[in-house]
Design a protein. Structure first.
Length: 576
């Protein structure tokens, strides 16, 4: 039973496919003439054997040959046009869905990062490859197979019976191929994805793997997945290759059998030698699309899986609704009876949480590990949607803002900062195609990272990779803070912002928070270390996902913490 969401996804895919309907009609019309021109060879053979050889006329042979050469030239041009049109139809289909699928993958990954279905872009590519492959062209040719078989029967009924029996056998092979190779192909795909995922994890954490002597163990674990992927791929390839070889061998045998039967009928005087040769050629043409479809079956199966996966992805991640543009909000945040259930779980990690952050206020969010601090950060930045309650920015619910616009109003520094391939300026500018240089420098200055960046080899133009290259954890975190402050946000959400900072970095962070407060903006700092809440005037303490205390910093610390004097003084130790 297909869910309504998946049906909506299928409808979206079909709509994208329908946008190429005119191109498919063009290919269909070209296919009519292309398949009619396929009769050129058999008719030529029939005329040569029955007319030219009988009359001994060289002029007739030359005339027929010139006509045939012209017809084959036209057929070749039609084939070229068909392939070019299908390639462009496939490219248009992918281009139409690229942005939609990309957005769906990113949004889905934000809530379910470990889900295998995040291969959405690869699924789209698989469908595109089928649309531009010979397999789909064969689908336009297969409907002509019965006409070619009927043409063979016109030469002699026994030839028609042989051709029909051979075609039926190939159809049965095709169906059996589909049934038996489906499971091995799925297993091979999942094994390959698991292997690639493991390799990417090891590559990303290569420093830790090397420093902790995990390289051999990591290789052994990856090799098991890799071997499993190879085994399943070989198994699937063996099955597909077996069916392809069977089809090819049988088709060649069938053509020879057609010649043999034709020769027998010629000896009996029931048909001419030309009809014997023409029937054999026509038989090969009739069965060629079926053989091609079987040979391309892995491409077909990959596209079918991709089509289904895309339908699920698009159905469960519908397009973002168009929203009326709102004016830039004030830095007032209201959390009202907020309940958050993490994706894939059934137990809420935040329950009925309410508090208000006023402009110019810095709120420190404290609590034990698992209390819900990071969950709250994800809810405020609209990464996770509320199961109940609302989060309002200047009176408007977060879902009233366009996600791209909301990101410019709420700056976010996650617990783990991830940089991207590009320059320091590209990363601060949030990968903008044409970064605003003045805004980049301004954000770096607000984050107190300007001087640090200038000391790099090429300053703001220093190129870095996704792992940060030679940058320290503190430098990465300060660049992440500058990125959060890019675009002049009204609220900053900082999740463990000083986890990798030294004393100088912590002081720079506190200066950035102080600057935000002076400008009438707000900050929320999810903290475990005392230094992170030195500029906070209000404390929210979470306990088991619920509000345990909320109020002025010193009062809350004195109420809930044994080491409040040490924390108040900015000493070492954790918030316990």
């Amino acid at each position: 039973m297909i869910s309504q969401k998946t049906q909506a996804g299928y409808a979206e895919l079909r709509a994208a496919r329908r946008s190429n309907r005119s191109l498919y009609w063009a290919v269909g019309i070209f296919s009519v003439f292309s398949n009619l021109l396929m009769l050129t060879g058999p008719i030529y053979m029939l005329q040569v054997y029955d007319r030219v050889l009988g009359s001994g006329s060289v002029e007739t042979l030359i005339g027929l040959s010139l006509i045939v050469a012209f017809l084959f030239l036209i057929m070749g041009l039609l084939e070229l046009v068909r392939n070019r049109v299908m390639s462009r139809a496939a490219a248009r289909f992918q281009s139409r869905l690229d942005r939609r699928v990309f957005d769906a993958v990113v949004r889905r990954a934000a809530i379910k990062p470990d889900e295998v279905s995040q291969t959405g872009l690869r699924d789209l590519e698989g469908v595109q490859k089928l649309m531009s492959s010979p397999a789909l062209i064969a689908m336009f040719d297969i409907p002509w197979t019965p006409f070619f078989l009927a043409g063979i029967a016109l030469f002699h009924p026994w030839l028609g019976i042989l051709a029909l029996a051979g075609g039926g056998f190939l159809v049965i092979v095709t169906i059996f191929n589909q049934i038996t190779t489906k499971t091995p192909q799925n297993e091979a795909m999942h094994a390959m994805i698991s292997s690639e995922k493991m390799a990417e994890q090891i590559r990303t954490e290569s420093e830790m793997v090397t420093s902790m002597g995990m390289r051999d163990a990591a290789f052994t674990r990856w090799q098991k997945l890799r071997n499993r992927a190879l085994e399943t791929q070989i198994s699937a390839s063996d099955l597909t290759g077996g069916f392809s070889s069977t089809t090819k061998t049988f088709r060649m045998f069938l053509q020879s059998a057609m010649l043999g039967l034709g020769a027998y009928l010629v000896l009996l005087g029931e048909m001419s030698p030309g009809a014997m040769i023409a029937g054999s050629i026509l038989m090969g043409r009739a069965l060629a699309p079926i053989e091609l479809a079987i040979g391309q079956w892995p491409v077909v199966q990959r596209a079918v899986r991709g089509w289904h996966s895309l339908a699920i992805l698009l159905g469960e991640t519908p397009p973002e609704a168009q929203r009326t543009a709102l004016p830039k909000p004030k830095a007032k945040l209201e959390v009202m009876q907020l309940t958050i259930v993490p994706p894939g779980e059934s137990v809420a990690s935040l329950r009925m949480l309410s508090f208000t952050v006023e402009p110019g206020q810095a709120v420190g969010v404290i609590g034990a590990s698992g209390a819900g601090k990071s969950t709250l950060a994800r809810a405020i930045t609209s990464v996770w949607r509320p199961a109940g309650g609302k989060v309002r920015l200047d009176g408007a619910a977060l879902d009233n803002y366009d996600p791209a616009i909301l990101g410019s109003y709420i700056g976010y520094l996650p617990q783990r900062v991830q940089l991207f391939e590009g320059t320091v300026a590209d990363n601060i500018a949030r990968l903008a195609e044409q970064p605003d240089a003045a805004a980049v420098v301004e954000a770096a200055k607000k984050a107190d990272a300007h001087e640090m960046i200038l000391k790099m080899p090429d300053g703001y133009d220093t190129r870095i990779d996704s792992t940060g290259g030679r940058l320290s954890g503190g430098q990465i975190q300060r660049i992440g803070l500058a990125r959060a402050m890019y675009g002049d946000p009204v609220i900053l959400v900082l999740d463990e912002p000083n986890s990798n900072l030294d004393n100088e970095g912590s002081q720079a962070l506190n200066r950035a928070i102080r600057k935000m407060k002076e400008e009438g903006k707000s900050c929320l700092i999810m903290a475990h270390r005392p230094a992170a809440i030195q500029e906070c005037d209000t404390i929210l303490m979470l306990d088991g996902g619920s509000r345990a205390a909320f109020g002025p910093r010193d009062e809350v610390l004195k109420q809930v913490l044994q080491n409040h004097e040490q924390v108040r003084a900015g000493g070492k130790g954790g918030l316990r």
